[in-house]
Design a protein around this ligand. Structure first.
Ligand code: GLU
Length: 304
């Protein structure tokens, strides 16, 4: 297994040169463009790795899955999806203009920034408590109590987050978002700055692959409904504007982030964490995509 995985990493290494590390948040530009790694976690906990699987990077948009889970447990599915849509979009992740159209009453889905900022606002707690609850859930899902956020990336997100600030303020002005905008954005910037490695992502993916089982308290939700929500949303909007093609070509519910991570969930079978910073034009890790295509083919993992 390890040999197959190592061969897959090597086969896709050439892609590193075809992507570009995210630099719109200055601290992200410091990522090493040569890193590439993958970690498989099966449901009995067996971990197989290849490449750079213990390099830390920021989770970025992959945190949106965890925050959605936290919000649904706190407020219930009907409440959360009364405020944010289920539908995919062909707009970029940080799109804003539709939020000003009179007939629009909620962001398209919880994976674009507007939707994610909204779900962050729905997590219980005030001040730093929202973020702490998201962090705590991340530690449980990764099975890693040492997970923290990266202060430099957080400060960099905060210093350059004008578009996110505009999104949040526009939503508040239109009555879509309630609460203190700076406080909500602070939790959002921190959740994007949570540091993980590919193995942590593999563990989160395995938790989801195992039907979200194992928590002490599901609040207003249940393992089954969390699985349907999270995997459904990942399929329809987890891979930015490549989500549809990805569902056809790779066929594994996944979520990527601009830090170069991809979380991929094979229901009832396997969790996969991939890391490689150079991104393609959609914002997905370019070698990460290649690796997932290869893994999906090699082990026949398409769910459709
Ligand atoms: N922190 C990023 C932002 O809101 C998340 C981007 C991403 O991974 O898509 O701009």
């Amino acid at each position: 297994m390890e040999k197959v995985l190592t061969d897959i990493v090597e086969k896709n290494r050439y892609l590193l040169k075809e992507g570009k590390v995210a630099d719109y948040i200055p601290a992200l530009a410091k990522a090493n463009p040569n890193h590439i790694g993958v970690c498989l976690v099966d449901l009995d906990g067996t971990i197989t790795t290849a490449g750079d699987t213990s390099i830390k990077f920021t989770i970025q948009s992959i945190s949106k899955v965890i925050t959605l889970m936290r919000a649904v447990m706190d407020k219930g599915q009907d409440y959360v999806f009364g405020r944010v849509g289920y539908e995919g979009t062909d707009e970029p992740f940080n799109t804003l203009y539709k939020l000003d159209l009179p007939h629009i009453t909620k962001p398209a889905n919880p994976m674009i920034n507007a939707g994610a900022i909204l779900t962050t606002s729905l997590v219980h707690g005030s001040g730093d408590e929202k973020f702490q609850r998201i962090l705590e859930l991340t530690r449980i899902m990764t099975n890693n109590p040492n997970i923290i956020y990266n202060e430099e990336v957080y400060q960099s997100e905060k210093a350059t987050g004008d578009k996110n600030r505009a999104i949040a303020n526009l939503m508040r002005a239109r009555g879509i978002l309630d609460g203190d905008v700076e406080e909500i954005l602070d939790a959002y910037f921190k959740q994007c700055s949570i540091e993980v490695d590919a193995e942590d992502l593999g563990n989160i993916a395995a938790f989801l692959a195992n039907g979200c089982r194992g928590l002490d308290d599901y609040g207003k939700s249940s393992p089954n409904s969390l699985s349907s929500i999270l995997l459904g949303i990942m399929v329809t909007s987890g891979m930015y504007n490549y989500s549809g093609q990805y569902a056809v070509e790779v066929g594994i519910p996944s979520k990527s982030g601009v830090g170069g991570g991809i979380l991929a969930v094979v229901p009832n079978k396997l969790g996969i964490g991939v890391f490689s910073p150079p991104l393609d034009e959609n914002g997905n890790s370019i070698a990460g995509l290649g690796i997932l295509k290869s893994i999906s083919e090699e082990f026949d993992l398409r769910i459709f």
